[in-house]
Design a protein around this ligand. Sequence first.
Ligand code: SF4
Length: 240
Amino acid sequence: MARKKSGTSSRTIKATKNSRSEARRRELAEKVVATLRQLYPDAKCSLNYRTPLELLVATMLSAQCTDERVNQVTPALFARFRTAEDYAQADQKELEKYIRPTGFYRAKAKNLMACCRALVEKYGGQLPQTLEELTKLPGVGRKTANVVLGTLWGVPGIVVDTHVRRLARRMGLTHHTDPLKIEQDLMQLIPRDEWVAFGHRMIYHGRQVCLARKPKCDICALHAFCPKVGVANKKTKRLR
Ligand code: SF4
């Protein structure tokens, strides 16, 4: 009987602790959202495109590559390949030449061709407008689908790219490393109408201040309340 009581009270203590840390995370998320909104009120997708297909292609090329580099190759690529049919019927070697500077160009060329073949066969060359349909296209993951849906049609979704992944962990908004779990954590914490802009703002902040190797914590507007998870440890390791 006594054992049962102590089990119940330790569960109660654990539940209280969990709800406190959840409340702290929510408070932290509110501050992050408000500060990033002030810093980057007009943050938007930095890939250049004129049509939905061009944004899809540019986003697929941006995997493991900077948007800046993608923007350097797309003018010539988009001039040569204008429709989903063009990509579907492309000569793979020719397509590879256009996209080579973006890295992993063989796999990317294959994916672009397979994706566009599916677009032609299933959707008459147009882009579907749901996460479910987009993520069924070859080479299109949740990140790409969320970029396309949020940027083109304002469909709420949080893009979890390398910047968002790194920053969300440093800011203590998630403990996870898996992009899907990070996305779910952020969706719990960030108001739905902020999801698209929040993703863009995190990416801006990751590029300008919270850099992968040397985060500029001393000049960061989030410095006062950011827990900087993993950042202090890194510095300590480097000093040793
Ligand atoms: S305080 Fe440091 S770790 Fe936190 S967001 Fe700013 S740069 Fe990144």
